[in-house]
Design a binder for this molecule. Structure first.
Ligand code: TXA
Ligand code: MG
Length: 306
C-alpha cells in the first residue's frame, strides 16, 4: 500500500501499519477514539497500557503538552527525529484512550522518510509496535502480515534500521527517568543534559511508572534462554545466537560483538525460529561495552521471563 492510500484510510478512522527506524508501528489518528479502540482490539493490548503519539514536526508538541520543561527542549533538539520517546505532562484534551488515563503523554518524531510523509499527510498518529501483544515486534512488513493477516493494510518500507523500540524517557518531573532502554543510551542522554539520570525498567514494582513494564513482551513461541557457561551447547532443536566464533553448535549465528546487527535481526530470528519449528533460542551473553548492551539485554531478558 502506498503512503497516500494509507493516509486516506487513517483519516477515515482505520488502522494502518507503517515502518519507522525502530520497528513497524500500528498507526491510528491520535484524536479519534474509535480508531484508537481498534488498535487495542487488533493488538489484543491491555487497555491500561498507553500509546506513543507520533509527530512529524516539533511544534506539534504544543497540541499535546503545555509547560514543556527545559530538559525536554534539550532532548528534542538533540535527538528528534529519532528513536527517543519523551513522556510529558499532557494537555487535558488528549484522549484518555491514548494515555490510559495517566496525566502524561508519550511523544516522538520517528526518523524514517515514509513515516514522516505519512504523519505529514494524516496528522498525529498513535502507533504501538505492530505485533500481537506479548509477541516480538515487527521489523519487516511480512511480520505484520503474519500477525494480522495478508490483507491487513501495511506500507512496506523494508527491514527497519534499528530493530528495537525507542528509548522512553520521562521528563515530566525534575529528574529524568529512563522507562525503556533503546538505541539512544543513558550515556548519550546524560552527556546532552549534563546531569545524571535514573533508570527504572525492572519488573519488580507492582505499579510501575510505565504500565507496559508489567506485561510480558517480545516472546516467541520458542523458549529463550541465556547460554550457560558450564553446559556444552549441544542441543539439537535449538538456535544459538553467539558472539564467540570458537563455540560450535548444530545451528548457530555468530555476531562477533556486532550488537547493531543483532538488534536489527533479533525479532526476525525469533520469528524465523517459530516458522522453522525450532523449540529453543539460546543466546550468549553480550559485550557490556556496546551502546546497545542495555537495550538488547532488556529485550532478551523479557523474552526469557515466564
Ligand atoms: O520505537 C517505538 O517506540 C515504537 C515505534 C512504532 O515508534 N513504538 C512502540 O510502542 O514501541 P509500544 O506501544 O509498543 O510501546 C510504548 C511504551 C509502552 O511500554 C508504554 O507503557 C510506554 O511506552 N508509555 C506510553 N505512554 C506512556 C506514559 N504516558 N507514561 C509512561 N509510559 C508510557
Ligand atoms: Mg510494543
Amino acid at each position: 500500500m502506498d503512503v497516500y492510500e494509507a493516509a486516506d484510510l487513517l483519516k477515515k478512522g482505520e488502522v494502518v501499519a507503517f515502518p519507522t527506524e525502530t520497528v513497524y508501528g500500528l498507526g491510528a489518528d491520535a484524536w479519534n477514539s474509535s480508531a484508537i479502540k481498534k488498535v487495542f482490539e487488533i493488538k489484543g493490548r491491555p487497555a491500561d497500557n498507553p500509546l506513543i503519539v507520533h509527530l512529524h514536526e516539533k511544534k506539534q508538541i504544543h497540541d499535546f503538552c503545555s509547560n514543556i520543561p527545559e530538559h525536554a527542549h534539550i532532548l528534542i533538539d538533540a535527538f528528534w527525529p529519532g528513536p527517543l520517546t519523551l513522556v510529558l505532562k499532557k494537555r487535558p484534551e488528549v484522549l484518555d484512550s491514548v494515555t490510559a488515563g495517566l496525566g502524561t503523554v508519550a511523544l516522538r518524531i520517528p526518523n524514517h522518510p515514509i513515516a514522516l510523509q505519512l504523519l505529514k499527510l494524516a496528522g498525529a498518529l498513535v502507533a504501538p509496535s505492530a505485533n500481537r501483544s506479548g509477541k516480538p515486534s515487527s521489523t519487516k512488513s511480512q511480520h505484520v502480515s503474519t500477525d494480522f493477516g495478508s490483507s491487513f493494510p501495511v506500507i512496506d518500507g523494508m527491514a527497519t534500521k534499528i530493530g528495537l523500540e525507542s528509548t522512553v524517557i520521562d521528563v515530566s518531573s525534575q529528574i529524568p527517568v529512563i522507562l525503556r532502554p533503546g538505541a539512544i543510551s543513558k550515556k548519550q542522554l546524560e552527556e546532552v543534559l549534563g546531569i545524571r539520570i535514573v533508570e527504572s525498567f525492572s519488573q519488580t514494582s507492582a505499579t510501575p511508572k510505565s504500565p507496559g513494564q508489567k506485561y510480558s513482551h517480545y516472546k516467541p513461541t520458542a523458549a529463550v534462554s541465556w547460554l550457560p557457561t558450564d553446559v556444552p551447547p549441544t542441543k539439537e532443536n535449538a538456535l544459538y545466537l553467539l558472539q564467540n566464533p570458537s563455540i560450535k553448535t548444530l545451528n548457530q549465528v555468530c555476531y562477533h560483538g556486532d550488537l547493531t546487527a543483532l538488534a536489527q535481526e533479533l525479532y526476525d530470528r525469533f520469528r524465523q525460529a517459530d516458522r522453522d519449528g525450532v523449540k529453543e533460542i539460546i543466546i550468549e551473553s553480550l559485550p557490556t561495552s556496546h551502546s546497545l548492551y542495555t537495550a538488547l539485554t532488556n529485550r532478551i531478558s523479557k523474552a526469557i521471563d515466564s
